[in-house]
Write a protein that binds this ligand. Structure first.
Ligand code: ATP
Ligand code: MG
Length: 426
């Protein structure tokens, strides 16, 4: 084959042999979220660039450097969503959802786009599942989100995940912390990577997050935000832990989890795969972001959420050999010899589908042998052959494709579907 072109680097075609696995995962996620009252929201694939590119100076996020941004034909700068949270927040504000009962609970599965170096579990187009809760500032909201995330992993059959939590305080407690951090890192400036030296003044919290091993070893002994929490943030964090303890949700406090952006507040959490010696962030995480809504022009409104990459979940499930049920095979293939039998097969198949039976027939005018070969390729459970004599007698033989057993089935309109459902339905 001389293909005109191929799929864009970093994108994936989800083929039928895999798509059902995603459907399985997505159904479980949306169903679980609905048990907590989260309703699905769908937002456009692209947004005005300023929604994501708000960062000036301190606010520059790594994600903003990875964005797919382009001018449309009208000269507007648009960006393909790099994540789901901000779009959900924008839509919530734009449509005044906050005028309804609070909190507003939204969930979504959305494609995301980031210009990154493609590798296992890292793509340029990937899917994020997310839940966002707006308008609830109490610790119970954080605990609900964590509990939901934990239950999701359990329901998906994923094991060996550690929940790590931390509190990164509020702008009040963070002031003192940042001053202490700056002092600490300035004294060890020579051991930091160039990016982190740049971050020193603007945003020292990002240094704690740096993936460079040398920066990581310097950050190991850096002051922890948790020791700088104000009374309010401390009480909030204690209460979140109490909810988790009471519900027997195991967690570890990891004081090194930080988020470098100003709008993040209080609780942060991550689910980490124990099998992963590099301690990479497997599935995702979440936390509170009480400052975001105001940042994008809304009222002051607390918010907390959780996000997880669907592909990483699937990779993890594969490595843990989680069983995903395969789609049901074809119930009945109706083979036909000759034109008249072809018309009858069409009619019978239509009737079966009306009764929600998965039926197929030949639509390529192939000979009987080729039709039967197709039936066995699609793993049809049963096969029925229609020829002149079957049409004349109104009776046909149904063959169980696994055991070879044969049964008689009346083709008469009244009995055909009923007999099928009674004798052969699974
Ligand atoms: P990483 O540290 O792996 O780059 P991140 O901090 O950029 O992740 P978030 O922005 O928090 O990730 O996105 C939430 C989740 O989305 C991640 O935990 C991960 O599961 C998934 N994710 C992020 N980037 C990608 C990508 N390029 N391809 C596939 N999944 C991704
Ligand atoms: Mg990233």
């Amino acid at each position: 084959m001389d293909l005109l072109t191929k799929a864009v680097r970093g994108t994936q075609d989800i083929l039928p042999r895999d798509s059902y696995k995603r459907r399985f995962v997505e159904d479980i996620m949306l169903k679980e979220a609905s048990l907590y009252g989260f309703k699905e929201i769908r937002t456009p694939v692209f947004e005005h660039t300023e929604l994501f590119d708000r960062g000036v100076g301190d606010g520059t996020d790594i994600v903003q450097k990875e964005m797919y941004t382009f001018n449309d034909r009208g000269g507007r700068s648009l960006t393909l969503k790099p994540e789901g949270t901000v779009s959900a927040a924008r839509a919530m504000l734009e449509h005044g959802l906050f005028n309804d009962a609070l909190p507003i609970k939204l969930t979504y599965i959305t494609p995301c786009y980031r210009y990154e170096k493609p590798q296992a579990g890292r793509y340029r187009e990937f899917y994020q599942f997310g839940v966002e809760m707006f308008g609830a500032g109490a610790p119970a909201a954080d605990a609900e989100i964590i509990c939901l995330a934990k239950t999701l992993f359990d329901r998906l059959g994923i094991s060996n995940l550690t929940l790590e939590i931390n509190s990164i305080g509020c702008p009040v407690c963070r002031k003192n912390y940042q001053a202490a951090l700056k002092k600490y890192f300035y004294e060890r400036k020579d051991n930091l990577c160039k990016t982190c030296v740049d971050r020193l003044e603007r945003n020292p919290m990002r240094i704690v997050d740096c993936k460079n091993p040398e920066c990581q070893s310097v950050a190991q002994n850096a002051p922890d935000i948790i020791d700088f929490l104000c009374d309010d943030c401390r009480a909030h964090f204690d209460a979140v832990q109490r909810y988790l303890d009471n519900s027997k949700i195991e967690y570890k406090i990891n004081p090194k989890i930080v988020r470098g952006l100003d709008y993040y507040t209080k609780t942060v959490f991550e689910f980490v795969s124990q099998a992963d010696s590099q301690r990479s962030l497997v599935c995702g995480g979440g936390g509170r972001y009480d400052g975001l809504i105001e940042e994008i022009g809304g009222p002051s409104m607390p918010a907390v959420g959780f996000g997880v990459g669907v592909e990483r979940l699937l990779l993890l499930m594969e490595s843990q050999k989680v069983n995903i049920p395969e789609p049901k095979p074809c119930d009945l293939f109706i083979a036909a010899i000759g034109k008249e039998a072809g018309f009858k097969a069409f009619e019978l198949a239509k009737k079966l589908r009306k009764a929600s039976v998965y039926a197929e027939l030949d639509v390529a005018e192939r000979g009987l042998k080729a039709q039967l070969k197709y039936a066995s390729k699609i793993n049809a459970r049963f096969c029925l052959v229609l020829g002149e004599s079957e049409l004349a007698s109104g009776q046909a033989e149904v063959k169980n494709m696994t055991t070879g057993e044969k049964f008689n089935l009346g083709l008469n309109d009244e009995v055909f579907v009923q007999d099928w459902l009674k004798n052969f339905a699974q």
